[in-house]
Design a protein. Structure first.
Length: 361
């Protein structure tokens, strides 16, 4: 068996933090099952898939993980499971994709158990695959004692918080990607799983466009369909909305009118994966003041629900909407010179305050 230092060797930060967490202490993780797998094939580290559903039940992979952990670490408990979506806090608990394991950092026995499990999850396997059990289980991130391990960075990083629950000193938080949540990963099936999406229909019709409105007076929404990994789509965003009650306070997907009556580019439509909406009729400043229609192509790099909103810090006095049409295409159209970057923006992520959306590059 390799040492734990080897497990974390490719990140100096991880080594430093693991020492701080106490991960460098030898542990007895023998209680946890050994991998049944005889091949080095393994899942890629789970990418970040944000919370968005309201499920009443824990997903099967999370449940099975909980049972395995509680069985192997006697004297520990389940601290939190499915959480209501009415809670303002965003986390995968509302998807049934997260579990809080009740262990307290100030209790030496429980701390050792936490360290033991984390070691078991993150150590390399006999083939040298880093974070082997976490990957085979499809774990997306872990939070424990003011630190957060993200599968998509492969590192422990600081977790800002205050108080022992928020700082995860009385529990360890585990979030799973959808494949792990569905219990479809190799730890359970023996077969390596590719990334899976939330339980929504795939939009892959070549004939029927998918249309929806992004309303100006509401915050972030999730689309009711998935875009397919590697498929090609065009996105068209059309129409104007008001970001205030005054006459000049008009905007479209990409630009807004200023007091002086000029249209200028300003963060407008946020639609995950879409970063360069281009005017279909070019006007000044990269805007389209003729019919306020913009388009972009999109080729998702994973399978996840799309998120959208119109950016405005005070959406209450807004009105109107931008109409979005997504069409699946078979080949990219000829490239046209665009007026520059735009449309992209930052999102706030889940429990970990993360914003690694899967199609970020
Ligand atoms: Zn939690």
């Amino acid at each position: 068996m390799r040492s734990r230092t080897t497990a974390l060797r490719f990140s100096a930060l991880a080594v430093a933090l693991s020492a701080a967490v106490g991960l460098s202490t030898p542990t007895a993780d023998a209680a946890m099952p050994k991998s049944r797998l005889t091949s080095p094939a393994i899942e890629a580290p789970a990418s970040y898939q944000a919370q968005f559903l309201c499920k009443k039940n824990m997903q099967p992979g999370v449940k099975a993980f909980r049972s395995m952990v509680l069985k192997n670490y006697k004297g520990t408990r389940s601290a939190s499971e499915v959480r209501s979506c009415s809670s303002s806090h965003t986390s995968e608990h509302a998807d049934g994709r997260a579990w809080d394991w009740g262990v307290r950092v100030w209790n030496k026995k429980e701390r050792k158990k936490a360290e033991s499990l984390l070691n078991w999850l993150l150590k390399p396997d006999q083939f040298g695959n880093e974070f082997a059990n976490a990957r085979r289980l499809g774990i997306m991130y872990i939070i424990w004692d003011k630190k957060m391990w993200r599968s998509y960075t492969g590192e422990w990083g600081p977790y800002s918080c205050s108080g022992k629950t928020s700082c995860h000193q009385d529990h360890v938080h585990f979030s799973f990607g959808w494949a792990g949540a569905y219990k479809k990963t190799s730890f359970w099936t023996g077969n390596v799983a590719t990334e899976m999406g939330p339980p929504l229909p795939l939009y892959d019709s070549l004939t029927k466009p998918w249309k929806f409105k992004v309303k100006a007076n509401q915050g972030q929404k999730y689309g009711g369909k998935l875009l397919g990994n590697g498929l090609l789509y065009t996105v068209t965003a059309s129409g104007t909305w008001r970001y205030g009650k005054k006459d000049f306070q008009v905007a479209d997907a990409v630009c807004q009118k200023t007091k002086s009556g000029q249209w200028v580019r300003k963060e407008g439509l946020q639609l995950s994966g879409v970063r360069n909406l281009t005017p279909t009729v070019p006007s000044l400043n990269g805007c389209n003041t003729v019919n306020h229609t913009y388009s972009a192509t999109l080729s998702p790099r994973g399978t996840d629900a799309i998120r959208y909103s119109l950016t405005d810090s005070t959406p209450k006095n807004n009105s109107g909407a931008v109409d979005v049409t997504i069409r699946r295409i078979v080949a990219l159209p000829d490239p046209e010179p665009g007026p520059g970057d735009g449309g992209g923006g930052d999102w706030n992520g889940g429990d970990g305050g993360d914003d690694d959306w899967w199609w970020r590059r």
